[in-house]
Design a binder for this molecule. Structure first.
Ligand SMILES: Cc1cc2nc3c(=O)[nH]c(=O)nc-3n(C[C@H](O)[C@H](O)[C@H](O)COP(=O)(O)OP(=O)(O)OC[C@H]3O[C@@H](n4cnc5c(N)ncnc54)[C@H](O)[C@@H]3O)c2cc1C
Length: 97
């Protein structure tokens, strides 16, 4: 969890610096969002599992974070859409058309 959190933080920092400097392409934003939201969800799921049955009750805050992250996964762009954007940048083929 600590490793992925650090990786995601560094990726966000790098993309922010690119935006302030040489510029940021849409597919680079997609890489950042796709990675960081999916890793955040993985971290939440792991934390939830550690708590066993308590992890799915509102007695502990982790399930609230997890359901919030499911919303983030949608409104920051679904994995399918980011994958299509990255795929187009890599291959030149717009598979969603
Ligand atoms: C809590 C929350 C807050 C939001 N806030 C805002 C906001 O402030 N401003 C705003 O503009 N919008 C907002 N939204 C809307 C959000 O941007 C959309 O829900 C999101 O873009 C997905 O669009 P959709 O729901 O129409 O799903 P669809 O576009 O209908 O997609 C449904 C599913 O099909 C997949 N899909 C769609 N097209 C393709 C394709 N070509 N190929 C493969 N798979 C595909 C998607 O990945 C998804 O899994 C918010 C949503 C939520 C949940």
């Amino acid at each position: 969890m600590a490793v992925e959190l650090t990786n995601g933080t560094l990726l966000a920092l790098h993309l922010g610096r690119r935006k302030d400097g040489p510029g940021l392409r849409p597919e680079q934003v997609s890489i950042g969002k796709l990675n960081n939201v999916s890793k955040a969800l993985e971290i939440c799921r792991t934390a939830r599992t550690i708590l066993g049955a308590n992890g799915i009750s509102l007695e502990y805050p982790v399930i609230r974070h997890m359901t919030n992250l499911e919303s983030v996964l949608t409104y920051e762009g679904t994995p399918e859409m980011h994958t299509l954007v990255i795929g187009q940048a890599m291959t030149g083929l717009p598979a969603f058309r």
